[in-house]
Write a protein that binds this ligand. Structure first.
Ligand SMILES: NC(=O)c1ccc[n+]([C@@H]2O[C@H](COP(=O)([O-])OP(=O)(O)OC[C@H]3O[C@@H](n4cnc5c(N)ncnc54)[C@H](OP(=O)(O)O)[C@@H]3O)[C@@H](O)[C@H]2O)c1
Length: 271
């Protein structure tokens, strides 16, 4: 939440009692509007559920409209869908129009993402450009288009879904993925700096190995075991273990946090 002035020195120690009551609404998104990209599967579908349960009205987008509709039906209320390709500028503009019609945008989750693979010399330029288009260009443009609405919101939060592979290199060759996920972290810091004066917070989420379509390689038990062995908590995550970090960044629970990367990887990058 945007706060104009510093509190008197010492006041928080002397007077403020931690308050997690529903009345204070620290973790509540009631009355807020959220946009989630890449919402038809995996983490994005989970993010829609989390934001909706926390009280937000969620606009969910991805190419597979049938999957979005199933998700909206499952949620029951406050989830609307708009199917389309995030690399299509026309679709991005339609999303912005819809958000303008909703009147506000409080939470933006730039989640749509794809990966590439193979030694860079074997990759085509088109393959690399396709990854950059989904993972980076579309995020830049969505942020550009949504900026006026985000600035108007009383306590907007942007969450760019990066990866541990925005921080460290993957052993498997995926140059486009590594490059774009690293770039998202830089973009996060730059937009945090640009929008701080408007009270818009911008943070990145860097997950480890959650079981989704993107991480289909986890069905290879030998590989999964190698990941467990390399992870401090010595296990793969449950899908719902992303809920808390996402809600933390989306809500006023993280009101003094911007330009940061929240890593959710069981300690993979800690050692
Ligand atoms: N799973 C993990 O452990 C993990 C770890 C680190 C980072 N991440 C990041 O988390 C995000 C979600 O990953 P995930 O694992 O949930 O992947 P996923 O299951 O493959 O889901 C990707 C989502 O992105 C959408 N998408 C892909 N290309 C699109 C396009 N051109 N236009 C519109 N939507 C598009 C897909 O929907 P449609 O196919 O219906 O369009 C889908 O909803 C990604 O940015 C990924 O890099 C995931």
């Amino acid at each position: 939440m945007a706060r104009a002035a510093d509190p008197p020195v010492g006041s928080c120690v002397m007077t403020t009692r931690p308050d997690f009551s529903a009345d204070r609404g620290l973790w509540s998104l009631e009355g807020r509007v959220a946009l989630v990209t890449g919402a038809s599967a995996g983490l994005g579908a989970r993010f829609v559920r989390v934001l909706q349960v926390a009280g937000a009205h969620v606009l969910a987008t991805a190419r597979r409209g049938d999957r979005l509709d199933e998700l909206a039906a499952e949620c029951g209320e406050r989830v609307e869908t708009m199917a389309g390709d995030i690399t299509d500028g026309g679709h991005r503009r339609k999303l912005a129009e819809r958000v303008r019609a909703l009147g506000r945008l409080d939470v933006l989750v730039n989640n749509a993402g794809i990966s590439d693979g193979g030694p860079i010399e074997d990759q085509s330029l088109d393959e690399l450009k396709a990854v950059i288009d989904v993972n980076l260009v579309s995020v830049l443009d969505i942020c550009r288009l949504m900026a006026p609405l985000l600035r108007k919101a009383p306590s907007a939060s942007v969450i760019n879904v990066s990866s541990i592979y925005g921080i460290v290199a993957s052993r498997a060759p995926m140059a486009g993925y590594n490059a774009t996920k690293g770039a998202l972290i830089s973009l996060t810091r730059n937009l945090a700096a640009q929008w701080a004066e408007y009270g818009v917070r911008v943070n990145a989420l860097a997950p480890g190995f959650f079981p989704t379509e993107l991480t289909g390689f986890l069905t290879d038990e030998e590989l999964a075991q190698r990941i467990r062995t390399r992870t401090l908590l010595a296990r793969l995550p449950e899908m719902e273990e992303i809920d808390g970090p996402l809600l933390f960044l989306a809500s006023d629970a993280s009101s003094y946090m911007t330009g940061q990367v929240l890593v959710v990887d069981g300690g993979w990058t800690a050692v």
